[in-house]
Design a protein around this ligand. Structure first.
Ligand SMILES: NC(=O)c1ccc[n+]([C@@H]2O[C@H](COP(=O)([O-])OP(=O)(O)OC[C@H]3O[C@@H](n4cnc5c(N)ncnc54)[C@H](O)[C@@H]3O)[C@@H](O)[C@H]2O)c1
Length: 346
């Protein structure tokens, strides 16, 4: 029996806790080192995860130099994804990196190249793919129950949901606003269901209208430096299909929305709750899968397990950099189109 994969974490803040909990449950992997620029974060994590003091590093490069690792898990802010990922791959490790994969397509290209050169797997942590609803929807599409998908809608819209913690509203840490942080989840899922068509144009509107106001929101409006609190976009693909995207931290809505819908020639699929719409005996019928919160609670465990399995089997990556590059190109185009106020080529 092979020894468990030796895991090193880079960035042990908020989301890393979900990853660390998942790694603890996986017998074929063991977290043996952690790196974070904040000594207090290291101290807290050493205690929580019962790690010895020598497992902690304030410089991830030292961790990569001094500890033999098989897998690096990058949970730093968006703007700090590319460098540690490339360093991890160059050190001969397989790398799992949080979403959005990076902050520009150029960075993603470099990350992919580094993986190819090192012959190591790069996986992007698009966790919705590992929830039960997402898996049920994907299986309906793969069974041909939806036919040819020609339109998708991906929306993650919050009424008043600007996160007051972490780097989500700080341009230096996050680079983008809701489009990066929550939009990327539903965009990836829609593209996954559509089998990653090639985007050609994007026409987007990006707005910053509410998040600078203190009312009903717990963040400090003066700290809000990301470009938008709402983004909307229309994406056209080379094969004529299209997608409409919406992402908001704050918008004047009746209710929050977190939904992906794909429509095809035979049926339609909603992500939450996983619902298949199709004609059945001459009647348009909605069939909803019974997915419990319990089924979806294991998303991070499923994500980390899928990566371990792919490493053991010699690939492919469950969420490859090449797919994340398509997503990133669309996101780059959303911001460019929003800034220019006109359609742009992807
Ligand atoms: N999958 C999800 O549902 C989900 C949810 C939240 C956040 N995220 C993503 O996870 C990433 C981290 O978000 P978070 O909320 O955990 O942020 P966070 O601020 O809570 O944690 C990030 C940690 O990285 C550390 N860090 C920063 N620069 C570093 C460096 N150069 N070297 C080592 N450590 C460094 C920080 O000190 C901090 O402890 C972001 O990309 C975010 O988009 C994903």
């Amino acid at each position: 029996m092979a020894k468990p994969l030796r895991v090193g974490m880079i960035g042990v803040g908020g989301i890393a806790q979900a990853h660390l909990a998942a790694w603890q449950k996986i017998s074929d992997a063991e977290v043996i080192a952690i790196a974070d620029i904040k000594p207090e974060a290291l101290k807290k994590n050493l205690e929580t995860w019962s790690l010895p003091p020598e497992a902690a590093f304030t410089d991830y490069k030292k961790m990569l130099d001094q500890v033999e690792l098989d897998l690096v898990d990058v949970c730093t802010p968006n703007a700090v994804h590319a460098k540690p990922t490339i360093a991890g791959l160059k050190a001969g490790c397989h790398v799992l990196v949080e979403k959005p994969v990076a902050i520009s397509a150029r960075e993603v290209e470099r990350m992919i190249e580094a993986g190819q050169d090192a012959k190591r797997l790069l996986m992007v942590a698009q966790v919705l793919r590992f929830g039960r609803d997402g898996q049920v929807c994907k299986s309906w599409v793969d069974q041909g129950l939806v036919g040819d998908i020609y339109w998708a809608r991906a929306e993650y819209l919050r009424r008043r949901g600007v996160p007051p913690w972490g780097g989500f509203i700080d341009k230096q840490a996050s680079a983008g606003g809701p489009c990066y942080d929550i939009g990327v989840h539903v965009l990836d899922m829609a593209l996954h269901l559509m089998d990653f068509p090639t985007p050609v144009t994007v026409s987007a509107g990006t707005y910053l209208k509410l998040a600078k106001r203190p009312s009903l929101m717990k963040h400090n409006p003066r700290r809000y430096t990301v470009p938008e609190d709402f983004a909307t976009a229309f994406v056209r693909f080379a094969d004529g299909r299209s997608l409409s995207l919406g992402a908001a931290w704050a918008l004047n809505l009746r209710e929050d929305t977190n939904q992906v819908l794909v429509c095809g020639t035979k049926g339609g699929v909603y992500l939450y709750p996983a619902t298949l719409v199709r004609e059945d005996n001459g009647v348009l019928t909605n069939s909803t899968a019974e997915v419990s919160a319990f089924d979806n609670a294991d998303m991070f465990y499923n994500e980390c397990s899928a990566f371990v399995q792919a490493i053991r089997e010699g690939g492919p990556s469950p969420v490859p950099g090449e797919q994340a590059l398509v997503t990133q190109r669309i996101l780059d185009a959303v911001y460019l189109s929003g800034a220019k106020g006109k359609e742009v080529k992807v």
